[in-house]
Design a binder for this molecule. Structure first.
Ligand code: PEP
Length: 248
């Protein structure tokens, strides 16, 4: 049985002191043994967030990372900078990074490999635009995105990874995929992992849904057999996140 994982993607929100205040507010609301809880904060808030979350069930994740160890890459953050301070997860290939910062399937793959090498758990994002959904290519597209993202990743490592299916048209729009739409794509992603690896890997890997997850829709979404939790943007910055974590 896969443990659900519910991660908050804070995006470019909250200063370090605001981050600490939010973690202190949410800590009692997200205290759950049943799900893995992750807060993905801006880089500058990672250290205070780790300190504020110490002793709780909250793990801290980054929202991005570069795929080189060190060197002349102005503005970038390396995997060992993240692991040294206690970061456990890293979001890779979020659609906003693909759209605004020219991330490609190939750079996502390099980052996934590098994260795994450093024992960081990647949360690998995929998902279609509205035009792609209307064209009927959603499943082809997420198969392609995930296949490339996992190129060169061993079966043992793939099992530990998380995939986040996030239809772009549902991110930050208040429009959620129906639970059946989300389940259909998450099941297709799992099937794809079975084809690439094996049934064992497909059964182990966790597939989240993301896109306007809220306190109102979490229980229906997370009840689906192939949806192993959520990647949550807007609602992760409020007390509502506690409701999402305690979705049952
Ligand atoms: C996200 O940031 O990945 C996301 C899904 O955002 P929201 O929940 O606000 O749609």
């Amino acid at each position: 049985m896969r443990k659900k994982i519910i991660a908050g993607n804070w995006k470019m929100n909250k200063t370090p002191s605001e981050a600490v205040a939010l973690i202190n507010e949410l800590k009692p609301l997200v205290a759950s043994e049943e799900v893995d809880v992750v807060f993905c904060t801006p880089f500058i808030s990672l250290i205070p967030a780790i300190e504020a979350a110490a002793g709780s069930n909250i793990e801290i994740g980054a929202q991005n990372m570069y795929y080189e160890e060190n060197g002349a890459y102005t503005g970038e953050i390396s995997p060992s900078m993240l692991t040294e301070i206690g970061v456990k997860y890293v979001v890779l290939g979020h659609s906003e990074r693909r759209e605004y910062f020219a991330e490609t399937n190939e750079t996502v793959n390099k980052k996934v490999l590098k994260a795994i090498e450093h024992n960081l758990i990647p949360i690998v994002c995929c998902g279609e635009t509205l035009a792609q959904r209307e064209q009927g290519i959603t499943i082809d597209l997420v198969r392609l995105q995930t296949k490339i993202a996992f190129k060169g990743v061993s079966a043992e490592d793939a099992k530990k990874c998380v995939i986040a299916y996030e239809p772009i048209w549902a991110i930050g729009t208040g429009k959620t995929a129906t639970s059946d739409e989300a389940e259909e794509v998450c099941a297709a992603i799992r099937k794809n992992m079975e084809e690439v690896y094996s049934k064992e890997v497909a059964e182990a890997i966790r597939v989240q849904y993301g896109g306007s997850v809220s306190g109102a829709n979490a229980s229906e979404l997370f009840a689906k057999p192939n949806i192993d939790g959520g990647l949550v943007g807007g609602a992760s910055l409020k007390a509502e996140f506690g409701k999402i974590v305690n979705y049952k």
